[in-house]
Design a protein around this ligand. Sequence first.
Ligand SMILES: [Zn+2]
Length: 148
Amino acid sequence: MKSQSQLIAKFGDPYKDRLGFERKWMVLWVVPANIRAAIPCMPAKIYLNKLILVPLEKTLRKLIEAGLHEEIKTWDGCFNIRSKRGSSGISLHSWGIAVDLNAATNPFRGKVTWSASFLKVWRDIGWICGADWSVNSKDGMHFQWEYI
Ligand SMILES: [Zn+2]
């Protein structure tokens, strides 16, 4: 995984220069109607880092193609400047390169309800799945993008 200093070197520090970071990296993605039709919990627009726009759309389309999209019950956010859960580091949500799904049923340090096939689609495209983390940092709701 990328270190915090690597992420700051790439994107800047959103705590110190939020506006500069947002101007350079953040975009408003209008979620295509056919994705929203298949996954009704998806918002109409998602404010995200432009680096994850293509992989996120590709992942959602692959899930739909494979009939795995029905596992997604709630969209629980992307961009949010905050520290990591259970640690003092900067959360990858602070750079808009992580998304949370089904937070209520896949809580931090709790159980993971995703099927193996669902998680494989994310991994194969290049996401790091919080579901794969060790018990103290397990975060089933969380998917992060580190091809930066
Ligand atoms: Zn998360």
